[in-house]
Design a protein around this ligand. Structure first.
Ligand SMILES: Nc1ncnc2c1ncn2[C@@H]1O[C@H](COP(=O)(O)OP(=O)(O)OP(=O)(O)O)[C@@H](O)[C@H]1O
Ligand SMILES: [Mg+2]
Length: 607
């Protein structure tokens, strides 16, 4: 399945998405609620600031005393006392607000990161069990943005939105309360103006979404470009592809620039317009306010509180407007995340799968048809029987289907029709794990992970003893190579094992396969030429690996072919010839003979 870079089908089923994310939120409900509770006073505190202006204006500047009755006692706060109390209150208040803000920030960061982690853990678990074709079809850029970027946006977004919405809603409510308390008439005018000012926000939400989708596509392409620049750096240097890569990068970055600018052109007028509408509102309030103060309906202090509240109200309301877009992005990301959750690996254990514990007689390919892309057959009616402990060399033209054939055995791909059997049992009846445990593979490209040499070899069998490890290294003829490395077997290899030579990498891969000690061995001989000395040593290592095992070896070298019991010649996905070297050489105008004349004879002369 090819992943899309933009929206997923389910991005608009809000209820469904929330029910899917709920299990991830649930474990942290207590802390989230606590954060929610802290956000309420935090929001309300804005109102207090505005409210404090009233006593300051009326009692301190106005020189009045505050008299009030509490529990049947009369209290008086004199103007001068108020003048001293208020500054202290301001500082205490700021301290309290700071404390709440820290607590709230801590709780929301903690919970959002924990939820993100949990989602990422589960997604990565699914990713590593996807079938190879999934990786064939999706570029690394898309995988990175969809498996790492989206969970961040989705999970962190939920908690952040809860936090922002609570603080803003309660902030707005607190300020509106102060406004109503100061003058309900003015408050109605203020609220109406604010509502009108936010109409443009609703109008341009769709445009923002379109642009952010386009940006995501470009982001994925840029990541792929950087990955390819990295992995292909030698090819780039050799073929002077720097200009090409740079051109792509510049084009993609400019595309992103254009999208952002066009977005701004279409939405940038919104903010100034909002300010304009708001200023009309404030002008109206000032006019009406002056009238109310003059007519004695309102004190100057109340008016100051009111205007401050109105100005402060702009922020939470604007934040709420922005969260609308934020929430939309959140649901898009959630939709994309849960689309990944619902991807099923195509190669899985069948129900009632049994364990494969070694084998006794033979491995058979029965009328196997296979294709990667529909209507483009790669293997056609392929029949072959390999008996236990036989070494079968597979030769043929490039692109004929040799690697494909051996990739079917560990079920990297499943046959389209026909079957592959081990001792007469279809390999689809075995558990994947046990099937693959019985196969040691050395690939054409010999991928090594970043880590030490030892780690890379031990991947063959993590439980191997030191003695077994030593033996594997010896059989792979790696002893000398390892001795020469700066830290011996604990030397760190670069990403993809790049600090080793081709032949050395191949032998590390052979040692890894050796340690696995599986009855079936698949060797996809590297096509890259090695010098004679390395070739001889790799050959010895391979001979050791092949001893007493059932071997499928895709051979490009005459020496390997001659070591095999039989040779299978594959041409255009069909088994065209099968037999020993001598038998095949006797076929007049045969494929093998032609290959021999073309490729192998030269090697024989060289040896
Ligand atoms: N992952 C893939 N997706 C789609 N097509 C593929 C894939 N891998 C291989 N093919 C196609 O299948 C055909 C057989 O490829 P395969 O790798 O099996 O050839 P090969 O015999 O191993 O060649 P070589 O000797 O060059 O390694 C080729 O036409 C190739 O383009
Ligand atoms: Mg191949």
């Amino acid at each position: 399945m090819k992943l899309s870079t933009t929206t997923a089908q389910n991005s608009f089923k809000y209820g469904w998405l929330l029910s899917r994310i709920w299990p991830y939120i649930k474990p942290y409900w207590f802390r989230i609620t606590l954060g929610f509770l802290v956000a309420i006073p935090l929001g309300l505190l804005d109102g207090v600031t505005a409210f404090a202006l009233k006593p300051y204006m009326d009692y301190v500047i106005g020189g009045k005393n505050l008299e009030f009755t509490l529990f049947n006692h009369n209290f008086v706060i004199y103007s001068m006392q108020m003048a001293k109390l208020l500054p202290i209150a301001v500082v205490l208040f700021a301290g309290f607000q700071g404390l709440l803000r820290y607590l709230n920030g801590y709780l929301s960061t903690w919970t959002s990161q924990r939820i993100t982690n949990d989602v990422k853990f589960d997604l990565f678990h699914r990713l590593i069990h996807m079938h190879p074709q999934f990786f064939d079809e999706n570029s690394s850029g898309i995988i990175i943005s969809r498996y790492m970027g989206d969970p961040q946006t989705a999970s962190a977004g939920i908690v952040d939105q809860i936090k922002t919405i609570t603080t803003s809603v309660f902030g707005a409510l607190g300020l509106i309360a102060v406004m109503l308390f100061s003058s309900w008439k003015l408050a109605i005018i203020g609220v109406i103006v604010l509502c009108v000012a936010f109409v443009p926000v609703a109008l341009i939400r769709k445009r923002i979404k379109e642009a952010s989708n386009k940006n995501m596509v470009i982001g994925g392409n840029i990541t792929t470009n950087i990955n390819e620049t990295y992995s292909g750096n030698k090819v780039m240097a050799a073929y002077e592809l720097q200009d090409r890569q740079e051109k792509y990068f510049r084009e993609q970055t400019w595309d992103s620039f254009k999208i952002n600018m066009s977005l701004y052109k279409r939405s940038g007028w919104m903010s100034p317009i909002m300010y304009l509408i708001a200023s009309v509102g404030i002008a109206t309030v000032l006019g009406v306010g002056t009238y109310l103060i003059n007519s004695g309906e309102m004190t100057a202090g109340s008016f100051a509180s009111f205007v401050t509240s109105l100005l402060l109200l702009y922020k939470p309301v604007k934040t709420l407007g922005n969260t609308l877009t934020g929430i939309q992005n959140l649901f898009v990301a959630l939709g994309r995340v849960f689309e990944l959750f619902d991807l099923k690996p195509e190669i899985v254990d069948s129900p009632n799968a049994v364990e494969l514990n070694g084998f006794y007689n033979s491995i058979n390919f029965n009328h196997v048809d296979f294709e990667y892309i529909e209507e483009h057959p790669v293997l056609k009616d392929f029949n072959l029987s390999v008996s236990k402990n036989e070494a079968l060399a597979i030769v043929g033209n490039s692109g004929g289907g040799k690697s494909t054939l051996v990739n079917l055995l560990p079920r990297f791909y499943d046959v389209k029709s026909g079957s592959i059997t081990i001792d007469g049992i279809d390999i689809r009846k075995f558990t994947l794990k046990s099937l693959r445990k019985n196969i040691s593979m050395v690939f054409q490209d010999n991928f090594l992970y970043s880590g030490t040499v030892k780690e890379n070899i031990m991947m063959g069998n993590p439980y191997a003893s030191d003695e077994e490890l030593k033996q594997a290294i010896k059989s792979a003829h790696l002893e000398e190579t390892i001795e020469e490395l700066p830290n011996g077997i604990d030397t760190m290899l670069g990403e993809r094992g790049l600090t080793l030579s081709g032949g050395q990498r191949q032998r590390v891969a052979i040692a890894r396969a050796m340690l696995r000690n599986a009855p079936i061995v698949i060797l996809d001989e590297a096509t890259s030429a090695l010098d004679n000395e390395s070739e001889a040593i790799v050959q010895k290592a391979m001979d050791n690996l092949m001893r007493n095992r059932t071997v499928f070896i895709i051979a490009h070298r005459l020496s390997t072919i001659k070591n095999a019991n039989r040779i299978a010649v594959i041409n255009e996905g069909e088994l065209v010839e099968l037999g020993t070297h001598e038998e095949l050489m006797n076929i007049q105008d045969g494929h093998y003979k032609a290959l021999y004349e073309m490729q192998f004879k030269k090697q024989e002369v060289l040896q």
